[in-house]
Design a protein around this ligand. Structure first.
Ligand code: NAD
Ligand code: ZN
Ligand code: ZN
Length: 362
């Protein structure tokens, strides 16, 4: 029997915007979502952030994309229905879903609340769900997800400015914690002042760190220091500035989305310093080993975070008044927004006002 179409595979009609091919152009898309199962939370999408990963996926930059793709994994909304076994949420609650909607629940990572490292984790979009259907993200009218993968949105957190924390926030918060870079007095470098980078500065300052932003655009110096609260700023292609900062950083969070030189960053680390890659360039980077040996330095990686830590991160953000700096856009601006994101023309995160601007596809 032929597989059912996206519009027919589930009982509940849904609509959103999808990319159909690697051109990455999005257009209105009718599909369907499953009925609310016992452990499910169903919610009306209010806002959804645009992450650079959405761009990597819709343009098939990792070579794994199958279309159509409804992107979006910084999703905030209001609960409309809960399954009979749901205990944590009720209708009317403000909730969020980030990058994950499934994991095996029984491996070492899942037991350690690290669903993000479960070999069977299921991403919020463009992944195969347990029932064999493809997951669709938050550029859409509603979401349904198992309770374990739903985050409670703190009362005082703005829904629009808080949405990007569900990916950008946890992606920078988790490695700061895990790699011992959240201790007060840490001198942390943040490379790339985009969606992830700007919230990295905010979390690091809230942890009591001294923050140096490293960016290709000298034009971001003032904003980084005066507006985001960074302590210093280095232009990554200015050898004198880099030289003067040699061996000064305890750690670096590198958020750059494209291939770039990392050896100059390693020189900025003190002995035992850690360069943590969170950006996802689609090509290998060049790494000479000697500078790592001379100072016991480490190059590491980190991918989003588990659900428990995501809740902890957003509660911490609410307490410290951390939100993303956003440009709220209507749904039909999404293709322009994606083009601008590609060029780095965003301060610092686009968030789609889904509830007010997504209208049913014809
Ligand atoms: N590790 C994870 O779990 C995780 C989670 C979310 C996003 N990401 C990845 O992190 C990266 C950043 O995401 P974002 O949403 O912050 O993107 P963004 O576009 O908002 O920010 C990327 C930053 O990198 C800079 N940049 C781009 N190309 C550069 C180059 N060649 N040299 C130097 N700087 C350059 C841009 O100017 C921008 O400041 C993406 O690759 C994304 O896929 C990873
Ligand atoms: Zn993301
Ligand atoms: Zn698992």
């Amino acid at each position: 029997m032929a597989a059912k179409s996206p519009e027919e595979e589930h009982p509940v009609k849904a609509f959103g915007w999808a990319a159909r091919d690697p051109s990455g152009v999005l257009s209105p898309f009718n599909f369907s979502r499953r009925a609310t199962a016992d452990n499910d939370v169903r919610f009306k999408v209010l806002y959804c952030g645009i992450c650079h990963t959405d761009l990597h996926f819709i343009k098939n930059e990792f070579g794994t994309s199958t279309y159509p793709i409804v992107p979006g994994h910084e999703i905030v909304g209001v609960v409309t229905e809960v399954g009979s076994k749901v205990t944590k949420f009720k209708v009317g609650d403000k909730v969020g879903v980030g990058c994950l909607v499934g994991s095996c629940g029984s491996c070492e990572n899942c037991f350690d609340d690290l669903e993000n490292y479960c070999p069977e984790m299921i991403l919020t979009y463009a992944y195969t769900y347990y029932d064999g259907t493809i997951t669709y993200g938050g550029y859409s009218n509603e979401m349904v997800a198992s309770e374990r993968f739903v985050i409670r949105f703190p009362e005082k957190m703005p829904l629009d400015g808080g949405a990007p924390l569900l990916c950008a926030g946890i992606t920078v918060y988790s490695p700061m914690k895990y790699y011992g870079l959240s201790k007060p007095g840490t001198h942390l470098g943040v490379v790339g002042l985009g969606g992830l980078g700007h919230v990295a500065v905010k979390f690091a300052k809230a942890f009591g760190a001294k923050v140096t932003v490293i960016s290709t655009s000298a034009s971001k110096r003032d904003e980084a220091i005066k507006h985001l609260g960074a302590d210093s700023f280095l232009v990554s292609h200015n050898p004198e500035e880099l030289q003067a900062a040699t061996c000064t950083l305890d750690g670096i969070i590198d958020t750059v989305s494209a291939p770039h030189p990392i050896m100059p960053l390693i020189d900025l680390l003190k002995s035992h310093g850690k360069l943590v890659m969170v950006g996802a360039p689609d090509k290998p980077l060049e790494l000479s080993v000697f500078p790592l040996l001379m100072g016991r330095k480490m190059v590491a990686g980190s991918g989003i975070g588990g659900l428990k830590e995501t809740q902890e991160m957003i509660d911490f953000a609410a307490k410290h008044n951390i939100t993303a700096d956003i440009e709220v856009i209507p749904m039909d601006y999404v293709n322009t927004a994606l083009e601008r994101l590609q060029k780095g023309d965003v301060r610092y995160r686009f968030v789609i006002d889904v509830a007010k601007t997504l209208s049913v596809a014809a």
